[in-house]
Design a protein around this ligand. Structure first.
Ligand SMILES: Cc1ncc(COP(=O)(O)O)c(C=O)c1O
Length: 252
């Protein structure tokens, strides 16, 4: 009997997706191989990835200024990969502290540059989303967590500012239309709204990259993954494939 798991994540996948994923483990697209054995550079895998990227672009109506990446290390890796790629030591980034995940992002950002926590609901155990926030205009970016998975609070609109936005949308991505043009980067671990754990979706504005002077390790530089269409190293093919099947089923 199928049982439903209502926890925040990893979340339930449609039966059709599970069946297709299971079939691909036994015999991927009648290739005679399991998807667990095929090369990430094989024709069918590359085609599935290309379609997954196209579907994400279609869902959010992304312009060519944005790239869609499938990365590893979970949303938690984005906590440090973002400031490493976006924030010079002498620059200041704004962070809104609305829960455990924001706190972790703030902690990591402090290792790379200056952090201005422009608003926080910590004094009331994160039971509200701060309003009427005063946001300096000279911030490199403003980071927030659109839905606070643990505390159950959610931003109902984008922060009011001209500062470029960066958002952890791990637990509400694709739940509503958003104006992506306000963002330099959006990230989300797949396991809540999109697929299985093991892959993190990153949507990044190309022109916002390349502004830091520090050395960024090749594997952590977003431009590496743009140039290599998320296949610089061996990607988690199965997780990416299930992501693709799920998003394709959802879109029908
Ligand atoms: C809002 C939010 N951000 C980040 C994370 C961490 O994601 P990951 O486990 O993919 O590193 C979670 C996980 O529950 C989350 O809910």
């Amino acid at each position: 009997m199928k049982k439903y798991n209502f926890s925040a994540g990893p979340a339930v996948l449609p039966r059709e997706v599970i069946e297709k994923a299971a079939a691909s483990v036994l015999n991927y697209n009648n290739s005679g191989f399991s998807i667990l054995e095929v090369s990430h550079r094989s024709k069918d895998v590359v085609a599935a990835m290309d379609q997954a990227i196209a579907l994400v672009k279609e869902l959010y109506g992304l312009s060519d200024e944005y790239e869609v990446l499938f990365l590893q290390g979970g949303a938690s890796t984005q906590f440090f990969q973002i400031p490493m790629n976006f924030l010079n030591e002498e620059e200041t980034a704004g962070y809104i502290n609305t829960g455990a995940w924001s706190k972790k992002a703030i902690k990591d950002a402090k290792a790379y540059g200056k952090v201005n926590v422009v608003a926080s609901s910590e004094e009331q155990n994160f039971n509200y989303i701060p309003k009427n926030i005063s946001i300096p205009s000279d911030l490199k970016y403003l980071h927030y967590t659109s839905n606070n998975t643990i505390f159950g609070t959610q931003f109902q609109s984008l922060p009011e500012t001209d500062v470029r936005l960066i958002c952890d949308m791990s637990s509400d991505i694709f739940s509503k239309p958003i104006d992506v043009s306000r963002f330099d980067l959006i990230y989300a671990g797949a396991q809540k709204n999109m697929g299985p754990a093991g892959v993190t979706l990153v949507i990044v504005k190309k022109s916002a990259l390349g502004t830091v002077s520090r050395y960024v390790p090749v594997m952590l530089d977003y431009r590496t993954h743009i140039e290599n269409v998320s296949m610089y190293n061996t990607p988690p093919v199965f997780a990416m494939y299930v992501f693709y099947v799920n998003i394709a089923v959802d879109q029908r």
